[in-house]
Write a protein that binds this ligand. Structure first.
Ligand code: HQG
Length: 189
């Protein structure tokens, strides 16, 4: 069981590394990384986080259920979820996605998504999951009964849409046009 203070630390790490590095005087490089020593200093300056040590940061990175962070060669960054207002973060090499990926979304968003496609909204990329359960969980942040969309990722990829896989379970794409999205009522059995 992850402790409440580690959940709080993880959320603050996500906030600084995905959304507002500037708020803490941090500058991400093109891969979205900052030196761990600088990052620790910035965390320690925040109210309620004076207790954090490098060991705590490493523990949060290692135990993150969704592998949210990367820590390599003394540098730390978020693997996905970057805000579109910060410098574009290089997502790494494009990959071949599975034929089908999933996206959970609030019921109220479905009509618009089927019209406009999946758009990254406030982030740099659209987030897709390999598993139904994770997609449901993502959708349930905004709706207690989210709609599960199936994405024809294989076809989209063959048609030239780039996919990236920052973790084995999370795929990113710049956007997904409506023709690759299957809503439940259209699902073929
Ligand atoms: C929706 C968390 C209207 C989209 C999660 C979503 C994930 C549209 C919302 C990660 C739309 C954006 C990302 C359109 C997309 N019209 N609504 N054309 N296109 N949307 O938070 O995928 O736990 O930016 O369906 O678990 O919900 O923080 O994306 O509902 O992996 O590590 O617009 O964030 O990861 O919301 O979540 P978000 P998301 P962490």
């Amino acid at each position: 069981m992850v402790s409440e203070r580690y959940v709080r630390l993880s959320k603050t790490m996500s906030y600084l590394l995905r959304h507002r590095p500037d708020e803490a005087g941090l500058v991400l490089d093109e891969a979205g990384l900052v030196p761990l020593s600088e990052f620790l200093g910035a965390i320690n300056k925040r109210s309620g986080f004076g207790w954090v040590t490098e060991v705590d940061i490493r523990e949060v990175v290692e135990t993150s259920d969704k592998k949210r962070f990367r820590l390599e060669e003394g540098q730390i960054g978020a693997r996905y979820g970057h805000n579109r207002e910060i410098n574009a973060v290089d997502p790494g090499e494009p990959v071949e996605p599975p034929e089908i990926l999933y996206h959970g979304t609030p019921r109220r968003a479905v009509a618009l998504i089927l019209q406009q496609g999946l758009q990254p909204q406030g982030r740099q990329f659209v987030h897709l999951s390999t598993g139904v359960e994770t997609a449901q969980m993502v959708g349930s942040r905004r709706d207690e009964r989210p709609t599960l969309l199936r994405i024809r990722a294989g076809d989209a990829h063959r048609d030239g849409i780039l996919f990236y896989a920052p973790t084995p379970d999370t795929y990113l794409a710049p956007q997904i046009p409506p023709e690759y999205i299957i809503a439940p009522e259209e699902r073929q059995t």
